[in-house]
Design a protein around this ligand. Structure first.
Ligand code: HAM
Length: 421
């Protein structure tokens, strides 16, 4: 037998039993995002490597170790997108979306790629609902984003989650903080892991991302960004907290939160679902007021977040099946022909209709109807054709009634039985 080809490590298939939940979460997200005035866009999955290096940061784990990059036949260095913010900013600049208020609130849903070590909740291809807002510096924009995320999580009936909140300040207050952190870490050099020893001078904030116990222990006494915020950043953060209190959205102040990407300024946040394992962050985001300019655009404040669908989905309770199918049980060639006419009329009226193409005995066809959780079965056999009446069976109560064989005449009764107008 030929060797079987399997998915590659960290990549997976989403089978139909699971896929309907993905569809449910995506459509609920589209609905809620629509209520807040966000518009959907679609972006390429492949971009120039430089886009990610310049935005996420050369010395972040994502860019240093995790990107799927290659040189294509034309000699360009390309990468599968590890996240969507960089692409969104590129699009915003490329299409000069500065003066289009409606298009400045955008979202996209799709796969991202990071070559991390696979584990529960961590995949090499994973899916994000990514939301970005351009042109708004006010803390109200951050509050609206968090409000929207909270609304969606509540609508999806996520029972428990925590919103972790911090401010990373602006260029002005970040520099003195970085210097203080560098000085602090210098004395602790020996206690740090080899990666953090490097990060210490290159990008000291990244030490906060390290999951190693030895580095976490060192950071217990580290200087914290919140003590270094300038007056404007402090006021911005205070205003945001006030809005969240107004909205009755509870949050946990987490001064150790820095996020794994370099572009953030001021507000940053993460949503954690306790008890789902090591990968418990189901969403993360924040403000990035310098990024548009850094990528060659006009200075434009911006803020956004992304939901990790792979992590969120197992926490979403199974949605209720909205519609149950109608099953056509067809016995004999004449019945198949009448059945096809029924199927055409039913589907044209938005009714989910199933046929067992094996056309076995009545018993086996009704078994199939039960398996599909059909509410009604329309039974057509030789007798029914002779009598010009089909049998409509309620699969739950087993009650049967007769309906005209002609679908145009019988449709109204079927609709009534389905509880439809
Ligand atoms: P991020 O924190 O890197 O932020 O990713 C956002 C979410 O994507 C995470 O909280 C997590 O749920 C999910 N995620 C990340 N990596 C994986 C993985 N390997 N497997 C499964 N899920 C994963 C960003 O990507 C930013 N672009 C968010 C943002 C938007 N900030 C501003 N705008």
């Amino acid at each position: 037998m030929a060797a079987r080809i399997q998915t590659i490590r960290g990549f997976r298939d989403i089978l139909p039993e699971e896929a309907h939940k993905w569809w449910y979460v995506e459509s609920t997200a589209r609905e809620i995002l629509g209520l807040f005035g966000f518009k959907e866009v679609r972006l390429p999955i492949l971009e120039q490597t430089a886009l990610f290096a310049r935005s996420i940061g050369e010395t972040t784990d994502i860019v240093e170790k995790e990107m799927y990059s290659f040189v294509d036949k034309g000699g360009d260095s390309l990468s599968l997108r590890p996240e969507a913010t960089a692409g969104m900013v590129r699009m915003f600049i490329q299409h000069s979306l500065y003066h289009q208020p409606l298009t400045a609130k955008l979202f996209t849903i799709g796969p991202m790629f990071r070559r991390e070590r696979p584990q529960k909740g961590r995949y090499r291809q994973f899916y994000q609902i990514d939301v970005e807002m351009f042109g708004f510096a006010h803390a109200l924009a951050d509050a609206e984003l968090i409000h929207m995320l909270d609304t969606l999580l509540k609508r999806l009936k996520i029972p428990v989650y925590e919103l972790h909140l911090n401010s990373l300040g602006c260029r002005k207050c970040r520099e003195p903080f970085k210097e203080a952190l560098k000085t602090f870490l210098k004395d602790k050099h020996e206690q740090l892991c080899p990666d953090c020893r490097r990060r210490r001078t290159l990008n000291p904030l990244r030490v906060f991302d390290c999951k190693k116990e030895q580095c976490k222990a060192v950071l217990k006494d580290a200087p914290l960004i919140t003590d270094y915020l300038c007056e404007e950043c402090k006021a911005h953060f205070l205003q945001l907290k006030g809005y969240l209190e107004e909205l009755k959205i509870s949050y946990v102040l987490n001064p150790y939160l820095v996020r794994g990407l370099d572009y953030y300024t001021r507000t940053i946040f993460e949503v954690i679902i306790p008890g789902i394992g090591a990968q418990s962050a189901v969403a993360g985001g924040g403000r990035y007021d310098n990024l548009v300019e850094m990528l060659g655009g006009r200075p434009t404040p911006a803020t956004g977040f992304a939901i990790g669908m792979d992590r969120l989905l197992p926490c979403v309770p199974e949605p209720e099946e909205k519609q149950r199918p109608l099953f056509l049980a067809l016995l004999g060639e004449e019945a198949v022909k009448v059945g096809l006419r029924w199927a055409k009329v039913l589907r044209a009226n938005g009714i989910w209709t199933e046929i067992d193409y094996r056309l076995g005995s009545l018993k086996s066809q009704l078994n199939r109807a039960n398996h599909l959780k059909a509410l009604l079965a329309l039974i057509i056999g030789e007798d029914e054709i002779k009598k010009d009446r089909a049998i409509l069976r309620n699969m739950d109560t087993k009650e049967q009634i007769e309906v005209p064989l002609n679908p145009e005449e019988g449709l109204a009764i079927v609709k009534q039985q389905l509880g439809r107008k």
